[in-house]
Design a protein around this ligand. Structure first.
Ligand code: BES
Ligand code: ZN
Length: 636
């Protein structure tokens, strides 16, 4: 499927565009102008207490020590600030932090800070007195496992190696404030440097320039010279090894996982090169991935220079690496051009799903990308149905209203899949070449800047739609963005590969043998389509015939396994209780947990069965997942 000519061309382009990393000065010059522009944009973020137009943090110097016995992180954060308006107070967001001491460069004594108590999920507003002369402030504080929802301290049994503890963070959307007092709004960017002390047998990594080897002292140094928003501040500590995958790509994992991870991600350099050819230079120097233990609550998280990933994408056959393409794509849509608030998250996720699909098309071919698009379409239909049934139709708009709500509420399939289809509609309407040029210029124009839905629409109109009056009426972007449901002009996808699956399934449903299903050429999306189409009223014999023939329960492919369990439960397929339970205890990825627990809840006697499993599983989950499951199972 691979297009050799194209790959050769890509290699030539990337050899020129990627190489030496940018100098600090160049980055500073490039970003200074953009930051000034950020402050001119008029928007307010319901999820942060800072006043960015008065005084902002520009740089962070962070010194932290990780204590695995106490499960604490003790740190001193020194902030270089810009007191834009010469105000007497700077505001930071904090949640559940024990603040010991606050100091200032232009004053000898400890400062009296005021903590304004606010909403529990938003945390508190920290008010620090400053003067027009203040250059730096510093805060000494402690975060602990209990209060810091971003952190997950893992016991050795929860790791692959079972010998050493592990720690990882997850800051998006508003959890950075649980381990760092910060201006926790995605439009505010700062550079950082850090010194992190960890037990000697472990290595620390951040969303920054990283070590590739352990050192004797357990003290690690980091710099991030490009300004990043707080939600991309990240740390992982564990028994880790590094393996290079190409000129600016590599992978980190526990020793027992590193080889399989390196094999699975063999196409990563190709993905980076392809992405650069599509939408311009990769701006972050290196692109590495760290494979975390299975309790990581997401598939992936696009921390700059170091994507955090679930081990459940290691299937042994590279079939789940669209997730890497997705997190890589965020290096443009999200990390470079950033949603101003969590109400604009479709600008991050919708663009990224589209970009991901384009990378997959280049590397694995149009048929494959098309299947992923069709799965996305089916997810979108299901999601809209479900949101409507929950009286949440308003959340089917791309631009969501999250005032007074947790930004996590906006994290449905809508920004992803509806966002993707709007991008696809624009591509189909204006033509791929025009559309690609538009996107490339968009990323370049707004790099290191913030984007609101309104400013995107202005730009779209000015740079693209105004060129042809028909485009606006064909696309109707306002309808997509501000109205509920799925507009009728949504692109239709067909896939001959999926049609083949449907034919085979029909033959079987009509009494054919499972062994007669012609599936030897099927790839993962086809298997997922097959399982998704199985109905909920099969007999035990039919279920066991499928399982015996295709080995779904034993599958090394977590997506296939999770989709299968979603059918095992409503079909009351006996004997798999333990397999389902084991999966729910080991894996903390919310995308898998939600549908499986939902299926349990719907089944007879399901609530008590779900609760019995959850009681055992909950201690293994990160707060992101346990919060959601607490709600789902009626604990909150
Ligand atoms: N940035 C998101 C994860 C996220 C979003 C965390 C909002 C917290 C708040 C990440 O890029 C993502 O979308 N992950 C998906 C990957 C998938 C769509 C390929 C996931 O984890 O499932
Ligand atoms: Zn994403």
């Amino acid at each position: 499927m691979r297009n050799t000519l194209l790959i050769l061309a890509l290699a030539a382009v990337s050899a020129i565009s990627c190489g030496t990393e940018k100098g600090k000065e160049q980055i500073e010059q490039e970003t200074a102008m953009n930051e000034r522009n950020n402050l001119e944009l008029d928007y307010s973020d319901h999820h942060s207490y800072l006043k960015p137009k008065e005084a902002v943090v520009k740089h962070l110097n962070w010194k932290a020590t990780i204590d695995f016995n106490q499960k604490t992180l003790a740190a001193t954060a020194t902030y270089t600030i810009d007191n834009i308006k010469g105000v007497d107070t700077i505001y930071l967001d904090v949640r559940n932090l024990a603040i010991n001491k606050v100091n200032r460069d232009d004053s000898q004594k400890d400062l009296d800070i005021v903590v304004h108590k606010k909403e529990p999920f938003l945390g508190d507003q920290l008010a620090i007195p400053i003067t027009a002369a203040t250059k730096t402030i510093s805060i000494n504080y402690v975060a602990n496992a209990e209060g810091a929802d971003a952190l997950q301290f893992l016991n050795p049994v929860q790791t692959a190696g079972k010998k050493h503890p592990f720690l990882f963070t997850q800051s998006q959307a508003i959890l950075a404030r649980t381990w760092l007092p910060c201006q926790d709004s995605p439009g505010i960017r700062f550079t950082y440097e850090a010194e992190v002390t960890v037990p000697k047998e472990l290595m620390a990594l951040m969303s920054a320039k990283n070590p590739t080897e352990k050192n004797e002292s357990g003290v690690y140094h980091f710099t991030m010279d490009q300004p990043v928003p707080s939600y991309l501040f990240a740390l992982a500590v564990g028994d880790l090894e590094y393996k290079s995958l190409g000129k600016n790509t590599g992978v980190y994992a526990e020793p027992s996982v590193i080889e399989s991870a390196a094999y699975e991600f063999e196409d990563m350099q190709d993905m980076v090169d392809t992405a650069e050819t599509l939408y311009g230079p990769y701006q972050w120097g290196v692109y590495d991935v760290i494979v975390l233990p299975p309790s990581f609550p997401f598939g992936g998280m696009e921390n700059p220079r170091l994507t955090f990933a679930t081990p459940t994408i290691i299937a042994g056959d590279k079939s789940l690496t669209a997730l890497i393409a997705h997190e890589l794509a965020h290096s443009w849509s999200g990390n470079l051009v950033t949603n101003a608030t969590w109400e604009d998250i479709w600008l991050n996720e919708g663009f990224t799903v589209y970009f991901e699909n384009r990378i997959m098309e280049e590397i694995f071919g149009a048929d494959f990308a098309n299947m992923l698009a069709l799965l996305s379409y089916q997810d979108l239909q299901d999601e809209i149905k479900w949101l409507n049934s929950e009286n949440r139709s308003a959340d089917t708009r791309l631009r969501v209203d999250l005032e007074g709500r947790n930004p996590d509420d906006g994290l449905t399939g809508i920004p992803y899949d509806k966002g993707f289809f709007l991008m696809k509609l624009m591509e189909e309407t204006v033509g791929r070449e025009e559309w690609d040029n538009f996107l490339k210029t968009y990323f370049d124009t707004f790099k290191f800047k913030v984007m609101t839905t309104d400013s995107f629409l202005d730009y779209l109109d000015k740079e693209l739609l105004s060129k042809n009056p028909e485009w606006e009426t064909t696309i109707q972007p306002n309808k997509w963005i501000f109205e509920e449901g799925l507009p009728e002009n949504c692109p239709k996808i067909t896939s001959t590969k999926f049609e083949a699956v449907e034919r085979e399934l029909t033959k079987w449903t009509n009494g054919g043998k499972a062994s007669a299903i012609e599936s030897s050429e099927w790839v993962t999306p086809q298997w997922l389509h097959f399982i998704n189409l199985i109905n909920d009223t099969l007999s035990q014999e039919q279920m066991s015939e499928l399982d015996a023939t295709f080995g779904f329960t034993q599958s090394g492919n977590s997506e296939i396994k999770a989709a299968w369990f979603e059918k095992v439960i409503p079909n009351n397929y006996a004997g798999l209780e333990n397999a389902v339970e084991e999966f729910l205890i080991e894996v903390g990825r919310r995308k898998f947990l939600t549908p499986i627990y939902k299926a349990l809840l719907k089944s007879e006697g399901g609530l008590s069965a779900a609760k019995a499993i959850y009681e055992k599983a909950r201690p293994n989950y990160h707060a992101v997942s346990s919060e959601s499951m607490d709600k789902l199972l009626g604990y909150k």
